[in-house]
Design a protein. Structure first.
Length: 119
């Protein structure tokens, strides 16, 4: 199993930037594809971005495409989400998640971190 811990989020003004990190421990980090998800108040959790175990083929939700960048450093057992040009509608609790290469679902989740974007 892998354990995931997100960095602290924060409060940022619209148009600003923030980088989240997700530190993994336990099983070999490169055994997992990584994803970022978010959940806004009163809404269901939604997909934000994902990246393969090797760092290739990043994929994004349309709502964040061109503004967010997912990356990973397997030597540091850490995944990142760089968020630029933030909007108030990006306000949510952000979660990182890990998916074993052989599986289709994300079975391991971090505790979540709050990101608030003020207008």
């Amino acid at each position: 199993q892998v354990q995931l811990v997100e960095s602290e989020g924060g409060l940022v003004q619209a148009g600003g930037s923030l980088r989240l990190s997700c530190a993994a421990s336990g099983r070999t980090f490169s055994s997992y594809a990584m994803g970022w998800f978010r959940q806004a108040p009163g809404k269901e959790r939604e997909f934000v971005a994902r990246i393969t175990w090797s760092g290739g083929s990043p994929s994004y939700a349309d709502s964040v495409k061109g503004r967010f960048t997912i990356s990973r450093d397997n030597a540091k057992d850490t995944a990142y989400l760089q968020m630029n040009s933030l909007k108030p509608e990006d306000t949510a609790v952000y979660y990182c998640a890990a998916r074993e290469r052989s599986k289709l679902t994300y079975d391991f989740w971090g505790q979540g971190t709050q990101v608030t974007v003020s207008s």
